[in-house]
Design a protein around this ligand. Structure first.
Ligand SMILES: [Zn+2]
Length: 143
């Protein structure tokens, strides 16, 4: 389960509207307890995909390391990632699964239809390695 505040939920959905028709992406920071992830801050990232930004996203590894370090200084860990699907359903694609490597983290996808955030879903990356990994539906709880 992914728990986040209304303001964080609104922020990641709004990010998808701002970058439309391109994908947005960002990192969710907070605490992990068992299979529950609680978000305490949201870090927006630039989408570094220049070849196909409308249906791909990529977070600069340097930016990710900086976000992780700054989070740790505040006592936060990376608990998930989010991106948007402009004019596509809020379901993960084979590419999303292939590029997901953080086991136990949440992958949040928001569909943005004609510039308006529509549905937001979350998926947990489970498995033990790259060969048996899966993205499973998980509940989002807004507090
Ligand atoms: Zn995607």
């Amino acid at each position: 389960m992914l728990k986040l505040a209304q303001s964080h939920y609104d922020s990641l959905r709004q990010h998808g509207e701002e970058t439309y028709p391109n994908e947005c992406c960002g990192v969710l920071l907070g605490q992990m307890e068992g299979d529950q992830r609680t978000v305490t801050s949201v870090a927006r990232c630039g989408n570094t995909r220049n070849d196909s930004p409308h249906n791909r996203y990529h977070i600069d590894p340097k930016e990710l390391i900086r976000i992780q370090r700054e989070g740790r200084e505040r006592g936060e860990d990376i608990v998930g990632f989010y991106h948007s699907h402009p004019d596509h359903p809020p379901r993960w694609s084979p590419t999303d699964l292939a590029e997901a490597h953080w086991f136990g983290c949440s992958y949040v996808i928001t569909s943005v239809e004609k510039g308006k955030a529509a549905v937001t879903n979350s998926f947990e990356l489970t498995g033990t390695d790259e060969n048996d990994k899966k993205l499973l539906d998980e509940k989002i709880e807004i507090s």
